[in-house]
Design a protein around this ligand. Structure first.
Ligand SMILES: [Zn+2]
Ligand SMILES: [Zn+2]
Length: 110
């Protein structure tokens, strides 16, 4: 069994009792296993790094899955990865991190 007793928040060093860290941000539940971040820091990150969904206008919190669109000017636009917001035009998807994408995957073959 995994020993979770000495997990510490990567942001502030506070002991994190158990994973995932669960917060609710603007009506969306966020479960975070990796990295280890405490509730307060995760909420803080949500406030600082969430991006706007181009489709519904809602916020997409960090460490959640996003669809990525390329805008005409070369900038990336993000949409929720759900049936309501994700469209067939999505060229990419990934996980949003702190202000950028990590685990960024291209799903369009050609
Ligand atoms: Zn923390
Ligand atoms: Zn959306």
């Amino acid at each position: 069994m995994e020993n979770q007793s000495d997990l510490c928040c990567q942001e502030c060093g506070t002991k994190v009792d158990r994973l995932p860290t669960l917060v609710e941000y603007e009506g969306q539940e966020i479960f975070l296993f990796d990295p280890v971040i405490c509730k307060n820091c995760l909420l803080d990150l949500c406030n600082r790094f969430s991006v706007r969904c181009e489709n519904c206008g809602g916020s997409i919190p960090p460490y959640s899955q996003v669809g990525v669109l390329k805008a005409d000017n070369g900038q990336r636009e993000f949409v929720h990865m759900n049936t309501a917001c994700s469209t067939v035009g999505n060229a990419f998807y990934g996980y949003l991190g702190k202000g950028n994408l990590h685990h960024f995957v291209e799903i369009e073959a050609c």
